[in-house]
Ligand binder design. Structure first.
Ligand code: ZN
Length: 123
């Protein structure tokens, strides 16, 4: 399962398809990764621990104090997919973006970075 979304060099983890976690630190022995909900700035205390090797979720700590944002996660996934496709193929930037974005629902397209910002992502 492809759980890792990378954005601006920050490693993110999508759990249950709805919540995003930002990598915090590794456990003292290095076997686990600890992740904090991306909304910790809003006092959300939810955290998860994953196996550093397999990426399996080992522990689920705390409850979220906010709703999930499925559309936003889809956007992060899309940006990651655009980057990957740009690397894997020789298609031009506009082509890559069009191909990836056309599969999104309208609401999700509305949340994407502007065309200009997307081109920067690919570069
Ligand atoms: Zn949260």
């Amino acid at each position: 399962m492809d759980n890792i979304c990378s954005q601006r060099n920050k490693e993110k983890f999508c759990h249950e398809g709805f919540f995003l976690y930002i990598f915090d630190k590794k456990s003292a022995d290095g076997s686990r990764k600890m992740w904090r909900c991306e909304h910790k700035d809003y006092s959300c205390r939810a955290q998860i621990h994953t196996d550093a090797t397999t990426g399996d979720v080992l522990k689920n700590l705390g409850d979220h104090n906010h709703d999930s944002n499925a559309a936003k996660i889809e956007v992060v996934r899309t940006v990651t997919a655009v980057k990957r496709r740009a690397v894997d193929t020789n298609e031009g930037t506009a082509q890559v973006i069009n191909h990836t974005v056309q599969n999104l629902a309208q609401a999700e397209q509305g949340q994407l970075p502007s065309g200009h910002a997307m081109k920067k992502v690919v570069r």
